[in-house]
Design a binder for this molecule. Structure first.
Ligand code: 13P
Ligand code: SF4
Length: 307
């Protein structure tokens, strides 16, 4: 089938199934184009929670589809490719959290949304890159806090809130690969550009040392910022799928990726053809065991309420 035929079929099946298509900002352009909503992890979780559609086709990665299934258990959540995983979510196991809890019985666990449901079920609260600073700043001052699993985001949150956090040493292989030397090169070629950095990036603290006025933002935060900014040139440090949104939603402005090969192969597993097959054959249904979902829901509901 040609691309246009897939698009027509996806639209027809979507209506027939009473489905909604949610897509993350790193999805392929043609997948973003058939989606009803494109956003960051926080926006997608909220959209999944509030939708009235019977079926949610989640164009993103597995932990995002699980989050949708936990927040809206009445709906059928489909992930077009079950291999769409996440190296960061895979970096931590429930045992890691249990071991810290055993040593810190009064401790609080803050889980980045990029975790499996079993880890979220052990957390007191979940966060996304868009609201982690705000959520952590509201936590009681007198309790130890374990921030899992992204150490670069955790270090950013610790810096912004002034809180001492125990950090799990996890990272996303795509963002960890964006380092100071990449940033330095762009600082030389685009000294007057505005720098938009995702807090998962490996350049972390170093990038703020090199460029103190850089903005640390979620993917949605980058789009919002670029649309409103007077500056017309931006250097962007995150997965390059965001460029489609930035160029579409902030036309006439120029965007330069810090690392053009920062591509998440998991996100790119979702293709237009797989979205079509997902709707046609109602596959692959993502389910979370109720006992796990019930515990994880508390932490996720606390997350969607902030920011
Ligand atoms: P956000 O879109 O929430 O900033 O997330 C980035 C990410 O790495 C998702 O996998
Ligand atoms: Fe996970 Fe990194 Fe891919 Fe995001 S970009 S889904 S954090 S591996």
């Amino acid at each position: 089938m040609e691309k246009e035929a897939f698009i027509q079929e996806v639209r027809r099946l979507k209506a027939e199934r009473q489905a909604v298509i949610l897509a993350h900002s790193y999805q392929l352009p043609e997948v973003q184009e058939v989606a009803d909503f494109v956003g960051d992890s926080l926006g997608l979780a909220r959209e999944a929670q509030r939708t009235r559609a019977k079926v949610i086709v989640f164009c993103g990665v597995h932990f995002m589809a699980e989050t949708a299934a936990i927040l809206n258990p009445e709906k059928t959540v489909l992930l077009p490719d079950l291999e769409a995983g996440c190296s960061l979510a895979d970096s931590i196991r429930p045992e890691d959290v249990l071991a810290w809890k055993a040593k810190h019985p009064d401790g609080l666990v803050v889980a980045y949304v990029n975790t499996k449901a079993e880890v979220k079920a052990l957390a007191d609260v979940c966060v996304t890159s868009a609201n982690a600073v705000e959520v952590v700043s509201r936590l009681p001052q007198d309790r130890p806090i374990y921030f899992v699993p992204d150490m670069f985001l955790g270090a950013h949150v610790a810096r912004m809130t002034g809180r001492k956090l125990d950090l799990f040493p996890g990272e996303c292989h795509v963002h960890a690969g964006i380092r100071e030397e990449h940033l330095k090169a762009l600082l030389e070629t685009h000294p007057d550009a505005e720098f938009l950095i995702h807090p998962e990036c490996g350049c972390g603290t170093g990038c703020l040392y090199l460029k103190p006025d850089a903005k640390m933002l979620s993917t949605e935060g980058m789009v919002r910022y670029a649309k409103a900014a007077e500056r017309r040139t931006f250097v962007v440090a995150t997965e390059v799928g965001i460029l489609h949104r930035l160029e579409k939603e902030a036309p006439g402005k120029a965007f330069f990726p810090v690392k053009p090969d920062a591509v998440c192969e998991y996100m790119k597993r979702i293709t237009l053809e797989k979205v079509y097959l997902s709707l046609k054959e109602m596959r692959h249904v993502v389910r979370v065991p109720e006992e796990v979902a019930r515990k994880a829901r508390r932490a996720l509901e606390a997350m969607v309420a902030v920011g």
